[in-house]
Design a protein around this ligand. Sequence first.
Ligand SMILES: [Zn+2]
Length: 249
Amino acid sequence: MIRAACLALALCLSSGTARAETRDLNLDEFVAANLIAIFYHEFAHALVDVLRLPIFGQEEDAADVLSILMVHENFTEESARDIAWSAALGMRGASDPDRINARDVAWWDTHGPDLQRFYTMVCLFYGADPGGRRSFARGLGLPDQRATYCVEEYQLASESWGPVLDDLYDAGAGETMRFKVRGRLGLDARLTAEIVRREVQALNAVLSLPEEIDVVVENCGEPNAFYDPNYREIIMCVEFADYLASVAP
Ligand SMILES: [Zn+2]
């Protein structure tokens, strides 16, 4: 797979004091990192639909797996750590029992519980480079009982999604993902629009899909992001940014 230099300009341009596990991010950087991880999660749903991929398990889990793989593969180590760290904390923040919506776990939901998704993200990112990311895993509280399996979990993830991505990269650059803004967006939508536009541009520069898909930023009336197979659209709702800011540590 191809390692692009630095997809998330917002993160790459930032400077900060390096800590053992990651550096302190400001709120915009935290939100931007989460938006990138969420965008790649939705990208996975699009691939499952467009490529008719077999998924042996919960599709939501497979989408989380691709998201972390893309973060590991497509970014410099420092940016990848920042994104993975922030995305994991965003997931953990959503499960904070002090949050009204988090008090009752929706066991019936298509998504796994947020806290389990948090540990899986940390595990996969750690498992991709256990020697270099031990402090990352420790800093996020990954227990040894789970860490034992992370290298194998990452290898399985890489062997599952890797050939899918390799086919897309082999198809070369193209314009098969179309970035769109729908409706009038307020100034508060600028971060979402800019992050998503850059990610689409960066993907188009290195890969092509067999079918075109749209990536739309719009007001949805709820903090969400989803893939709509009827229109082959990834929808990134501008309301998500405020929600992500509310779960920042
Ligand atoms: Zn999903």
